[in-house]
Write a protein that binds this ligand. Structure first.
Ligand code: N0T
Length: 542
């Protein structure tokens, strides 16, 4: 009997992603898990960098660290594997009581081969680059490179086999990202002979079934015939997804962890663009929202594609979350900017029932991602996220379950600062921002008078409906009012109780005080510090 089979059934269960009624959960140790994550910097994948990573992760109250494992570090010489980094990482993660999402930086890291070993990068003959329409090599390794695929797959399988050996009993590693922000900039697809031959073939039936031809196009035929001006981008997406599938499938055959890909987003709203020469302002072939069907068809061993959110505008964040949350694609935000303005989106993301989120650069290395992320590399960078995570952390398992049950909702303050409504079962919540805690705006002599600290949008609220008239609400810098709707429309409705408190780690509610009087007469006014309320509403027939 192996050590693993001696464990109780639930505890020995490997992490996995499950779907029910179009909603998803990441099961860890047999129960839904909420990823309150942080991602380390790209060069922090060495033991000496870890103290600054753990310090930031601890300050953030994160339960999960996403961090690279580079092909160049585990296989610096072909066939000689060195897993000392992985061993140190897992040992220290356990000591810090943090789970891990490993990021496999192999053939493609932000589309380029920078993290591939030198013996790969320096051998274009064996590991070919893509060719453009004039036969000139691109920077990007070709998805038709058979030796490249075989070598990447071999290294990845060795990594997964090692994880199985050292981690199957504890399951510190809960997910693996396969490659990073794949695709190709400035070139729509490969033009090497093997690629040309494949491009002339019929679109596979599995792809047609998941990625419908545009209106007026034939239902089958070559890529060009079926997808017209999208043909090159779609074909390249299929080629890259098929390559990733081979790696993920082989890795899962030895150790079956959930696997995903991440996407450097294209604009959520623009109509898909024509290629040849490539005019797209995004990487062709990556898992952009418009080709998720192709990824589903070509890469069934990839559980989901997640959006890396670096477009800070609230309207784009909402649009991108909607694009990536589908019955066939669990929502998880593998990366998000770590500037303060992104913290409010955690409420929206977790309120939508996402598996979780990981701001990028939760790491005290002396490297700032400004203007993509925060200016700061110290506590000032971590703090806006830390406050929100601290509020969710004690109820993380409950929240993950409620999300899976479809009970959760969330909003982030919009760039327009306007009120938003949430449709609940029998109730409607109206959430407004930049309100003082007492009274109404109409009372103010100066309509430009706003609360301190509200110059930039930073409010957010997430609500779980735990019963017909019961809610758990968590948020900051927002005013919430509930009114009857649906079954309660037209009834006299009222707030019965608004307890402020927290859940203990075991799921038991601990009341600290009950909001009433001034604290409820003008709505529920959540302060700057994230606050958890347990609400009971009531209604009487008029
Ligand atoms: C991300 C990160 C890291 C609207 C950037 C984002 C990470 C990679 N790439 O810090 O490199 O490994 O996945 C690209 C965003 C481009 C700018 C978009 C502006």
């Amino acid at each position: 009997l192996s050590a693993a089979s001696a464990l109780p059934a639930a505890a020995a269960e490997l992490p996995r992603i499950v779907e029910r009624d179009g909603r998803h959960a990441l099961l860890v140790d047999g129960a839904p898990f909420l990823v309150l994550g942080g991602q380390a910097h790209n060069s922090s994948n060495y033991p000496a960098a870890l103290p600054r990573v753990w310090a930031a992760i601890r300050d953030a109250h994160a339960n999960t660290l996403a961090i690279p494992v580079a092909w160049e570090q585990i296989e610096p010489r072909e066939g000689r594997f060195d897993f000392s980094w992985v061993d140190t990482l897992i040992k220290e993660a356990r000591g810090n009581r943090v789970r891990l999402v490993l990021l496999w930086f192999g053939t493609w890291k932000n589309t380029g081969p920078a993290y591939a070993p030198a013996w790969v990068k320096l051998d274009n003959r064996r590991f070919p680059r893509m060719l453009d329409q004039d036969g000139k090599p691109s920077y990007c390794l070709s998805p038709f490179g058979e030796a490249t695929l075989a070598a990447d797959r071999k290294a990845f399988v060795a990594l997964m086999a090692h994880l199985r050996r050292i981690d199957a009993d504890k399951r510190t590693v809960i997910m693996v990202q396969v490659e990073n922000e794949v695709g190709t900039y400035r070139l729509a697809r490969d033009h090497a002979p093997r690629a040309e031959a494949a491009f002339a073939q019929q679109v596979p039936a599995a792809v047609l079934a998941r990625q419908a031809p545009p209106a007026g196009r034939p239902a089958q035929g070559s890529w060009r015939a079926v997808y017209g001006e999208h043909a090159e981008q779609y074909f390249h997406s299929w080629a890259i997804a098929s390559y990733i599938e081979e790696i993920a499938k082989a890795g899962r055959a030895v150790y079956d962890l959930p696997m995903f890909v991440n996407n450097a987003l294209r604009e959520p709203g623009t109509p898909p663009q024509a290629a040849a020469p490539w005019k797209g302002d995004f990487a062709s072939g990556g898992p952009t929202w418009d080709v998720l069907g192709i990824y589903k068809a070509a890469a069934p061993h990839i559980d989901f594609a997640g959006p890396d959110i670096y477009m800070p505008e609230s309207a784009k964040v909402s649009a991108n979350l909607a694009r990536f949350q589908r019955p066939d694609n669990a929502l998880m935000v593998p990366e998000m900017g770590n500037a303060a303005g992104y913290a409010r989106y955690v409420y929206q993301i977790l309120g939508r029932g996402a598996l979780g989120v990981a701001p990028f650069g939760i790491d005290y290395a002396a490297y700032s991602n400004y203007p993509l992320g925060s200016r700061y590399t110290d506590r000032r960078m971590v703090e806006p996220f830390a406050r929100v995570y601290a509020a969710f952390a004690p109820m993380q398992r409950l929240w993950a379950r409620w999300g899976f049950e479809g009970r959760t909702h969330g909003v982030a303050e919009g760039d327009d600062r306007a009120p938003q409504t949430l449709a609940l079962d029998g109730w409607q919540a109206t959430v407004s921002f930049r309100e003082f805690q007492f009274g109404e705006r109409a009372w103010l002599k100066d309509q430009n008078d706003y609360p301190d600290g509200s110059a930039a949008p930073n409010g957010g609220v997430a609500i779980a409906q735990t019963g017909p008239n019961e809610f758990v609400l968590v948020g900051q810098r927002a005013r919430i009012k509930l009114s009857g709707a649906g079954a309660n429309a037209g009834k006299m409705t009222m707030l019965v109780r608004a307890e402020e408190g927290r859940f203990d780690g075991a799921g038991k509610w601990i009341m600290e005080r009950n909001w009433n009087g001034d604290q409820t007469d003008y709505g529920l006014n959540l302060p700057a510090e994230p606050t958890v309320l347990k609400l009971t509403m009531g209604s009487v027939e008029q």
